[in-house]
Ligand binder design. Sequence first.
Ligand code: ME8
Length: 509
Amino acid sequence: MPRSFFITTPLYYVNDKPHIGSAYTTLIADIIAQYHRMTGDDVFFLTGTDEHGQKVQQAAEKNGISPREHCDIYAARFKELWSYFDLSFDDFIRTTEDRHVKVVQAVLMSLFEKGEIYKDTYEGWYSVADELFISDKDYEEGRYRDVRRISETNYYFRMSAYQERLIGYIEAHPDFIRPANRRNEILGFLRQPLKDLCISRPKERLAWGIELPFDKDYVTYVWFDALLNYITAPGYLSDDAKFAAYWPAVHLIGKDILTTHCVYWPTMLMAAGIPLPRTVFAHGWWTSEGQKMSKSLGNFIDLETIRGYCESVGKDAFRYFMAKEGPLFSDSDFSRDRFYQTYNSDLANDFGNLVNRVFKLIDKYFDGRIPEAGEPGEDELAMMEASVQCRETVLAEVEELNVNAVASTVIAYVTSINRYLEKTEPWKLAKTDLAGTGMVLYAALASLRFSAALLYPLLPEKMTEFFRMLNTSEAPGHIVQWQDLKSGTPLGEMKALFPRFDMQLLENS
Ligand code: ME8
């Protein structure tokens, strides 16, 4: 039986176009999904859009269109970017779909009937911009925008009743909230008394939402609605076998939505009697050229900027950079220079040059046919062993969701292939020992093929091209054995996979 693996991204708001932040989380989730597929896991990768709430209603009003039309336009923009990057998600959920509305209403009804939801009147501060009721302290500190005093009758979820149980769960499950600093942040937050959660908005103030099944004058608070997507998509209440196969999920999110995912969501699940997520992994933040990204500073990495990078050195290079340098454990800065430097050093120099070198030598001395492996010596056996070690390390890093480390691990192996060639010097050896030269070039190419297979989730287009150059019928995306490289096969046409980027071009722009 294959192991099942369910990974999700946040559902992005449709009041903004995709940008480097949403692209990052989704690309990383895709990479993790691809590595799991590579090992034979049965993967369910989910993304989508969060379409209800005041901001959407306001944006639609501003543009003179209906909220639904607005959502259709924006959801399509996300889909377009994901298809540009050829992402491998299995489902794209929109919170306005019927399948989702049904689950939200069913969960609300059952919690209401169990007494987990009650009606009450609140008088206090409300941030219109953030759609949140805030405390007096928050108000005094001025942390929220567009704050008004309101008195309103609403429905509340008894979140406070789950505080102790949640703390106990987090303490007993070190992998539930990751990385550890985020876990500590949540445990710190839970040292304060937890309040009940307001889960409704009166329709007279906000009409664009899912109607409460027990009171038609109200719609559901957007977060209570959106979080439930994670169980709608894998079939909660609609496909028991699918739900049992995939739930619980690994949620990949940014640090901005830690509390909703690590406090609201698990307590909602506890109340509904559903197991908690396997892991909530909250990554850090991208800054741009050393500063917070902002449209006014002109350093905002939007869709057009992303496409510009992709057009200059390829989509794979962008994906690779996201993986290797992205803010997984702490914030990270996107700098144009660093982007191109990483491309040149890892992809053009380390991988690309090595491919050129090995292909040219095989062409020169073996008429472009993969030479015989011969009787491997100590160095070749060491390369073979190192490949197995490299794969084990990569798979352990994937298990830890540590995509930053994966890229470095494989590139370190590629560097070791370069060192192996420097040591064995096949270009000199060819003058005296052709069989020995064949053995060295076989070992170099077998190691390259092995690393290409491991790099596939990071560089899917280019590694597919590389496998085409090997002229094999095997498709990348699988675990390969080092010694399965077939001697005698004529190599395909050599292409420059990663042409060097001329850094001087940057000085003139
Ligand atoms: O919060 N660096 O949607 P959202 C890294 N709809 N990641 C970033 C980023 C940055 N500078 N900016 C954004 C929502 N992100 C809710 C989620 S889930 C049921 C509902 C990424 O469109 C990061 O993953 O504001 C962050 O958590 C997400 O975009 C927020 O997306």
